[in-house]
Design a binder for this molecule. Structure first.
Ligand SMILES: [Zn+2]
Length: 249
């Protein structure tokens, strides 16, 4: 293989791929004692091409090119990646801090709870906790909004105000949904609200995400949208259903 357009990618040149696996939202490809890590963020996509085939996106948006000779895999709009020796996996600045991976079959929920109850999480907002990959790896922005509606939690609720049982129930649901969606062509949290696999209605197959100003699927109230947290990620919620942990005054 050959990894192009990535800093230090030449370290893998000519080596055979020994493994490719997902860790949380990161994809790790290992070859010749070196690992290439990529994280798709919001917009990254991998395309597969035959040699000489015309690419669907402009060349300057290619963040990485994995050249296997008979096949070319091109990653467009890649926001985060790096190349490092396999021996340094355990001390990688991002990967070594990830919580239990919710996409794997067995999850250590005691460890998830221990991380939820870390002192620096107590004063944080519920929506921010769910996105924190150091607590558990796998929950993205879509699942965040939907899980909070499913459990009727105010996205701004202080983590310390929520019970262990409630928080663990959220992470168990996240595990179930992430596992279920590993083999589906799209993310579905509410199958009864998906008419068919190509349904393009905003929020189709989801509980609340992308349903701003539409009726709540549980109670009919108007769904709200706001930017939340340091990264100003979009949160969709139903003010009528989601009152658990709402701060008074
Ligand atoms: Zn509602």
């Amino acid at each position: 293989m050959r990894l192009r357009d990535v800093a230090d990618g030449e370290a893998m040149a000519g080596a055979e791929i020994s493994s490719a696996r997902a860790v949380g939202k990161h994809l790790l490809i290992e070859a010749g004692g070196t690992i290439f890590r990529s994280h798709m963020g919001m917009d990254g996509t991998w395309h597969s091409y035959a040699p000489g085939e015309r690419w669907w996106k402009p060349e300057h948006t290619a963040g990485a090119v994995l050249d296997l000779g008979e096949r070319l895999f091109v990653c467009f709009d890649l926001p985060s990646s790096d190349v490092f020796p396999s021996a340094e996996l355990a001390v990688h600045p991002v990967l070594s801090k990830l919580g239990p991976d919710l996409c794997t079959e067995e999850v250590d929920f005691d460890e998830v709870l221990r991380r939820i109850r870390a002192p620096d999480q107590a004063a944080r907002e519920a929506a921010e906790l769910l996105l924190d990959q150091r607590v558990a790896a796998g929950i993205g922005n879509v699942y965040k909004s939907d899980l909070l509606l499913m459990h009727r939690i105010d996205p701004w609720a202080e983590v310390a105000s929520l019970s262990d049982e409630l928080l663990l129930a959220i992470y168990r649901d996240a595990h179930r949904l992430l596992r279920k969606n590993l083999t589906t062509p799209r993310r579905i949290t509410a199958p009864r609200f998906l008419r068919h696999m190509r349904d393009k209605t905003p929020g189709a197959g989801l509980w609340v995400y992308n349903r701003n100003r539409r009726p709540c699927r549980m109670c009919g109230a108007v769904v709200q949208m706001a930017r939340q947290g340091e990264l100003a990620r979009l949160t969709y919620w139903c003010p009528s259903c989601q009152t658990e942990g709402t701060r008074r005054g």
